[in-house]
Ligand binder design. Structure first.
Ligand code: AMP
Length: 500
């Protein structure tokens, strides 16, 4: 089976029903099938050939989705780019993926052999022949390249195949969004280039509409959710925090059945408040680019107070194991690295054989780089990224636990905890926080003292106007650390200079 087969069948089965909605624009299932066929033909007639990479840099909207699936039908490999990245990052990804084609709204970030401006798309579609565009590819060949968040070093592209994409759809339909019906409605508030895009096909194949909000704001989300009676949505934790701030004053009549969230740790205080305000709709997913959005999930009915710190149980068709440094599987409460295996995981990293060998074992197990433990009921608890663990006085400190303690303080809205070099302790726990109202760093430190063992307490708390985040809202601790080190260096240089 190919991705195009799913689109063709949905076109036949759900013909005149709305498949895609963006503001006033509606595309039916039959039209979506036709648009993607025509654009597929047009792309091939521009000289692109099966297997070529095509970078796509377009705003969240219907045209972007049409491009994505025209690429699948014409055997081209999608390289989605996010407009919020810097020109430098975009150019890097275009070069690294060796893109032959680029579909771009606005200026091209790097020269590419075949560039198609977004404004050309209607004309190309109009001028192309109708009828199936059906370039069939081996299921193990690349379908798309997904760049990792880049929270640790230079971004790498994960190669995902037709086989992995179909398995991803299957994982969603079985566990994350079961019971989809033709009257279900997916509201895409987050960029479809990332997590939200994974919800598109599961809804399409079940005849449900995909509604797109071109730019997220709590107001735009609430308006679209009410207007279209959205039943499913996906948010990263930062968006949930913003939405809840708005809902403190706004009234909303929502039809949400599942608010899926994940991609980064969520503070339990935020999650509990969300459940209080929106009801039992929260569904957590834990995944990564290497295992797209499916390692474990926490179902709405599993969001009991004692389980809010858990990332849930493995998806039905996904294997998950926690292992020590020697590769032994650990039982209840053993702390080690999370590994996962399943047909949806990465085929390899694009042009990075060493990174592939480090991450994916010959038997298919993928090292996630996350540290976790099982509880007695089989729920996974994530402690932190392996690379972010701070070692202070010989003890492991998981920054996330310290951040959670800081976020429990009523004035703290964001927190990032890092380890700075320390002569005595090896590393010292240091925090940067964003505060809602005026707050005293010493008082925040004292607040943590009640919640954290001595070695975990931040030795310093800095108040920052904002924290660096990646284009999809992931906290960039590495950058926080770099900035702190630079400041420390310039302070010590100033001290030396003033001694002269
Ligand atoms: P990316 O590959 O950029 O999607 O980043 C994946 C990483 O985000 C994972 O390896 C985790 O460290 C983190 N992550 C994803 N989902 C969750 C979750 N539900 N809870 C905590 N961390 C998460």
């Amino acid at each position: 089976m190919q991705i195009g087969d799913l689109i063709r069948r949905a076109g036949r089965q759900f013909g005149a029903a709305p498949a895609l909605v963006d503001g006033e624009r509606v595309v039916t299932f039959a039209e979506f099938d036709d648009l993607t066929d025509r654009l597929g033909h047009a792309l091939l007639s521009r000289g692109l050939a099966a297997g070529d990479r095509v970078a796509v840099l377009m705003p969240n909207g219907i045209d972007g989705v049409v491009v994505y699936y025209a690429l699948a039908k014409s055997g081209l490999v999608r390289v989605p780019l996010n407009a919020r990245e810097t020109a430098h990052e975009l150019a890097f990804k275009i070069e690294d993926s060796q893109a032959r084609g680029l579909v771009v709204a606005g200026e091209a970030p790097a020269p590419v052999e075949i560039t198609i401006a977004a404004e050309e798309l209607p004309g190309l579609i109009e001028g192309a022949p109708a009828g199936p565009c059906d370039v069939r590819r081996d299921p193990d060949e690349p379908l798309r390249l997904a760049y990792t968040g880049g929270t640790t070093g230079r971004p790498k592209a994960v190669v995902l195949t037709t086989r992995s994409e179909l398995a991803e759809v299957n994982n969603f339909l079985v566990d994350l969004v079961p019971n989809l019906r033709p009257d279900s409605v997916m509201l895409h508030a987050a960029p479809i280039t990332h997590g939200s895009g994974a919800f598109f096909l599961p809804h399409l194949v079940k005849g449900a509409a995909n509604v797109i909000v071109s730019k997220f704001s709590p107001g735009a989300f609430l308006e679209a959710a009410q207007k279209h009676r959205a039943t499913t949505t996906f948010m990263v934790p930062t968006m949930i925090g913003m939405l809840l701030e708005d809902l403190a004053t706004a009234q909303a009549d929502l039809a949400l059945e599942r608010l899926c969230y994940g991609g980064a740790p969520i503070a339990t205080t935020v999650l509990q408040r969300g459940i209080d305000v929106l009801g039992p709709v929260f569904t957590q997913l834990y995944g990564q680019a290497e295992a797209p959005l499916a390692i474990t999930c926490l179902q709405p009915w599993e969001h009991t107070p004692e389980r809010l710190t858990s990332a849930g149980k493995p998806y039905t068709f996904v294997e998950v194991d926690i292992r020590d440094a020697e590769g032994n599987s650990l039982g209840v409460d053993g702390v080690g690295e999370v590994l996962t295996r399943g047909p949806h995981t990465m085929e390899r990293y694009w042009r990075r054989p060493e990174a592939t060998a480090e991450t994916k074992q010959a038997d298919g197990w993928v090292h996630t780089g996350d540290i976790g433990r099982w509880d007695a009921e089989g729920y996974l608890h994530l402690l932190d990224r392996r690379h972010d663990v701070i070692i202070s006085g010989g003890f492991n400190v998981y920054p996330r636990e310290v951040e959670d303690a800081l976020l429990a303080h009523p004035a703290v809205v964001e927190a990032a905890v890092v380890g700075l070099p320390d002569e005595k302790w090896g590393e010292r726990v240091t925090a940067a926080v964003v505060v809602r109202a005026a707050a005293d760093p010493d008082e925040i430190r004292a607040f943590c003292a009640d919640r954290l063992a001595g070695f975990k307490r931040p030795k310093a708390v800095e108040i920052w106007p904002d924290l660096p985040t990646s284009p999809v809202g992931k906290s960039l601790r590495r950058e926080v650390r770099d900035r702190m080190l630079t400041t420390a260096r310039s302070l010590s240089e100033r001290a030396i200079n003033s001694e002269d």
